[in-house]
Design a protein around this ligand. Sequence first.
Ligand SMILES: Cc1cc2nc3c(=O)[nH]c(=O)nc-3n(C[C@H](O)[C@H](O)[C@H](O)COP(=O)(O)OP(=O)(O)OC[C@H]3O[C@@H](n4cnc5c(N)ncnc54)[C@H](O)[C@@H]3O)c2cc1C
Length: 412
Amino acid sequence: MTRAYDALHWLRDLRDDELVVAEQTLPATAEAVIVGGGYMGGATALWLARAGMAAVLLERRGISTGASGRNAGFIAPGLDRPFSAAVAQLGQASALERLQYTRRGRDLALAVITELGIDCELEDCGGLTLASSDAEWQVLRDSGAALRAAGIPVETLERDDLAAHLHVPVPAVFRGALFNPETLLVSPAKINRAVIGEAERLGARVYTGTEVTALVEQPDGRLRVESSRGAILTRRVVLATNAWTPLLAGYLQGRIRPVRGQMLVTEPAPRAFRRGMSTNHGYEYWSQRHDGRIILGGARWAVPDRDEGYYAEEVNPTIQAALARFLFETFPSLAGTAIATRWAGIMGFSRDGYPFIGPLPGRPGIWVVAGFTGHGGPYSAIAGRTIAELLTRGRSDEPVHHFALDRALPEG
Ligand SMILES: Cc1cc2nc3c(=O)[nH]c(=O)nc-3n(C[C@H](O)[C@H](O)[C@H](O)COP(=O)(O)OP(=O)(O)OC[C@H]3O[C@@H](n4cnc5c(N)ncnc54)[C@H](O)[C@@H]3O)c2cc1C
């Protein structure tokens, strides 16, 4: 029998009853309600529980059935664009503060994995960003120089150095690469589930199969969280709902937009790669895991609309064909490797490429942690800790002003 999430590589080992438990009764009240059972909702639940606040987490499907169970499994510290471009956009100090937040995020994710003993197929192998053109090579060299000057331990690799990082002949298209030794590869769903399990152990309550339909202010200042399975009264709501956040918080309409990403995974292949890999300005990203399977995503350029504006998690045949061509034409020795499954996931892109972490303007008691623009991995632990600090202490030492919901954004 085919199960709902059989195509999702990261959910393949999970039992149906682990994905959705629909028969529990919701509590009438809660100290805090978190909406969304992905990386961000899970981390928020954990850090709130560690601070002594037992939240109720509501997820409309199963844990990790959104982007957190559909991604490429990179935890790669860095921004949504090359560092040199971020410096040009924001200035050195601001770009560096944001980058360092993602590096602390990577370290915190690793600390959580270690502390909780999470078996998440972790590979602390570093990442290679390959230049597929002279223009991209120039950008990577500029970024490498700027990062090293800031004390970030990246290496710029000339074409001749690449052979040491690949187990296949170096394709002619690659000019050189930036090596980031801090990039991790993981099973995102295994982390997400373990983090949520720890939050539950500390008092959080998790209700899957529960869709939140509205947040309604009450005369006494509380919020009524209306859902497909009843309502909960609370003083604090955290929306960890990725691209779906504007559907519950109209303020974010036009600030976060859905962008679909396509992924495939092959059957086990002879060893070709041992780093997290990306190229073509981040459009293609892939890795080969312990079991020999290659997990590849990207190729949105293959369709005129770049697969933007869709909420349906549907496989796009044109993009999927482009992904396969990319893999087998760039690395001919892999030709003939069978593709095991294909899937799609929805990312929440913000207009300036940086996430939203903070209070929702004009709606007291509602907080948002969303808009990670295809790069939620390095934020997966730290953004939850930051929002939990804001809720329980009223402040955070993290540079939250960069992530304010009402910041000025470029025209979209
Ligand atoms: C194909 C693809 C590849 C990616 N690769 C990487 C990568 O390698 N590295 C990286 O850093 N990032 C990657 N990303 C991005 C990363 O997956 C996301 O940034 C991250 O998972 C976001 O986590 P989240 O918790 O905000 O969202 P999600 O995991 O999407 O969680 C949001 C949850 O909210 C639930 N929800 C929505 N509305 C409601 C409602 N009304 N009521 C109840 N529940 C609701 C959804 O069902 C969902 O489970 C990728 C994303 C995609 C799609």
